[in-house]
Design a protein around this ligand. Structure first.
Ligand code: MN
Ligand code: MN
Length: 318
């Protein structure tokens, strides 16, 4: 009998952290997911962007900054690779400039990953990619609870006459029955709007809403308590728009909004979601062309993905 392959990062005591091919966390690039616990998957598509573009370079930028990550997470006390076999699956195929075609490709590519033993973590890409990712997730698990961190609701019914942009994915997902809104939360929403009605869409569609200003009032602990209470035991999907973070900490994004959250607050929030039955994750809207020197946004994104991986490991340990 063949022993199960245990995929883990390159040994940093043998290969220094600046060396090797730029996969996420220096994991092996593997597309056979049999027996694999988690897979990092790039979705380099940004034709859904309505202001700045450049999120097609997000996966590459996040991978670049992920080389510093070490295998033990002391905050959650988790030796990730004693529990998990993890890989970098590479990028899904897309057709730049062609949104419907690309969404089809992304859905098909994601379906293959969801059909495997691996919990996927997708690196966007603009936020429009969450729609085909949710289609693939719901095809596998049924409607999922959405845990959505963003400074925007992305619930518009259309934008510039288009039904599919990075401002509309969750409206489409609601219409298609992909989300169990009664178990879902949107958190961090803030910034100027076009209309008073825009502020009410989230709750009208049945989500729990915790706005950015409210989060500053109640703190991170009460925020994740409310999210966990709402989400229950069923399948959940976490989507993290990097513009949830304050632009001081994450300038490299498409539609920045001030009054956001620090790097430390983001880590605290994600760590507070231990035990939630997440079947998939995405982290979107990272734009290396707008990042500050040294890749601050990409570094934070890589570290947030690391917290997602830690949640997967804790869940698998049981
Ligand atoms: Mn946003
Ligand atoms: Mn968004």
């Amino acid at each position: 009998m063949l022993a199960k392959k245990q995929y883990r990062p390159l040994d940093a005591m043998v290969y220094p952290r600046f060396s090797g091919i730029r996969t996420f966390m220096r994991l092996p690039h593997v597309t056979d997911l049999e027996g694999v616990d988690f897979a990092v998957v790039g979705v380099p598509f940004d034709t859904g962007g309505t202001f700045r573009v450049g999120a097609r370079f997000g996966p590459e930028g996040i991978r670049n900054q992920s080389m510093l990550l070490r295998t033990y997470n002391p905050a959650l006390k988790v030796p990730i690779f004693d529990i998990c076999s993890g890989v970098d699956y590479g990028d899904l195929a897309v057709t730049p400039g062609y949104l419907p075609e690309s969404h089809k490709q992304i859905e098909q590519g994601a379906a293959t990953v969801f059909a495997s033993s691996a919990t996927p973590i997708f690196l966007g890409g603009d936020h429009s990619v969450s729609l085909p990712l949710l289609r693939a997730a719901a095809a596998r698990y049924g409607p999922v609870a959405l845990v959505h961190f963003d400074s925007h609701s992305d619930l518009w019914s259309g934008y510039f006459g288009g039904k599919d942009t990075h401002g509309t994915p969750f409206r489409r997902a609601c219409e298609e029955g992909l989300i169990d809104t009664a178990r879902s939360t949107q958190a961090g929403l803030r910034g100027s709007l076009y209309d008073e009605a825009d502020a009410q869409i989230t709750e009208e569609l049945g989500f729990q809403l915790i706005t950015g200003p409210e989060m500053h009032e109640i703190g991170m602990k009460e925020t994740f308590r409310r999210i966990c209470e709402r989400v229950g035991d069923g399948p959940a999907y976490l989507t993290f728009d990097i513009d949830f973070v304050d632009p001081a900490y994450a300038p490299g994004t498409g539609t920045p909004e001030v009054g956001g959250f620090t790097s430390a607050q983001c880590q605290q929030l994600i760590r507070g979601l231990v035990g939630v039955n997440f079947v998939g994750f995405d982290l979107v809207e990272v734009m290396p062309p707008y990042d500050s020197e040294g890749g601050v946004t990409c570094l934070l994104a890589a570290n947030l993905v690391y917290e997602f991986i830690s949640l997967i490991a804790l869940r698998r340990r049981g």
